[in-house]
Design a protein around this ligand. Structure first.
Ligand code: SF4
Length: 299
């Protein structure tokens, strides 16, 4: 048993070292951070390194790679289903409403809905997400087809961002707002999150037994520029703290930024993200290490 554990640990450590080697680098505003905790973002920008690096045994890097692999796989399934896909990993840049800060991101791609499918003649900005049981059931059932709020925000940010990718294949559209792109025979039809369940998706039936759910579920939605601006204010706020040298206070335990959950019966709130398991700057945030001892300042 001990030998088996040692071998597993060795493999997981190798996977984890990939993430440790990269670290999270210099702070930059990124579209993928729409739901990141603002306090953690400011600590990062101030030069606070990870005080709680990932534990190899948790295998977070393995899950991260699984997400990438499933994205490639789902895109190939979409193409096999006669849904052409383009603009994979194209760089886009959005701007914040108050300080006009550039927020960069990379889209998973654009799907062109063919004649024989629903939404024929529309193109959709899409993102592929692999989901655990809890998250998958939420989008598949409870939310009536609405995506996870953070996934919706991220795509909405990209939809109103501008093409900034330097690849020459985008020479003709660079500087165009994504939702204003025109393709022959296709018009913008909104966004789509393609969820793939990591585990076998089932629901319990009334009266006993389980019902199998489809392994893939898509959520399609319209975008709204006002909502986009509200989301982008997150980066303006973070920038204001960075400039003023102040750190945002710890968010309410029920806040989405810290994956707040409220117990329906007791009303008790739990900030799932505020844990050394999920927050890589937990000790710095919670005052367990003095910031002046760990801040890395650049020359
Ligand atoms: S512990 Fe919670 S509040 Fe503190 S930085 Fe991490 S996520 Fe944010």
């Amino acid at each position: 048993m001990r030998i088996a554990s040692e071998i597993s640990e060795r493999i997981l450590t190798a996977a984890n070292n990939v993430e440790l080697g990269k670290g999270d680098g210099k702070y930059r505003h990124r579209g993928s951070a729409v739901s990141r905790c603002s306090r953690e973002m400011v600590l990062h920008a101030m030069g606070v390194p990870w005080t709680n690096p990932p534990n190899p045994l948790h295998g977070d890097q393995v899950v991260f790679h699984q997400g990438h692999d499933i994205e490639d796989r789902i895109i190939s399934y979409m193409e096999g289903a006669g849904i052409p896909v383009g603009c994979g990993q194209m760089e886009v840049t959005g701007f914040t409403p108050f300080h006009d800060l550039a927020v960069k991101g990379h889209i998973d791609g654009i799907a062109f809905m063919p004649e024989d499918s629903p939404l024929a003649g529309k193109w959709l900005l899409f993102d592929v997400k692999s989901a655990g049981t809890f998250g998958y059931k939420k989008v598949q059932g409870d939310r009536n087809g609405d995506p996870n709020e953070n996934h919706r925000k991220q795509l909405e940010v990209y939809a109103f961002s501008y093409v900034t990718d330097r690849s020459e294949k985008y020479d003709g559209v660079r500087g165009t707002r994504l939702c204003d792109l025109r393709f022959d025979g296709y018009e913008f039809g909104g966004c789509m999150v393609v969820y793939c369940s990591k585990e076998r998706p089932t629901v319990y039936m009334r009266g006993g037994g389980k019902k199998e759910l489809p392994r893939i579920h898509t959520c399609i939605f319209d975008v709204d520029e006002v909502d986009h601006d509200v989301t982008m204010e997150h980066f303006d706020l973070v920038e204001e703290h960075i400039k003023a040298g102040t750190i945002p206070s710890i968010p309410d335990r029920g806040d989405e930024m810290v994956w707040g959950r409220t117990d329906k019966k007791t009303g008790a709130k739990t900030a799932v993200r505020c844990d050394p398991r999920w927050c890589k700057r937990y000790d710095a945030c919670q005052g367990k290490v003095p910031l002046e001892d760990i801040i890395v300042r650049e020359d």
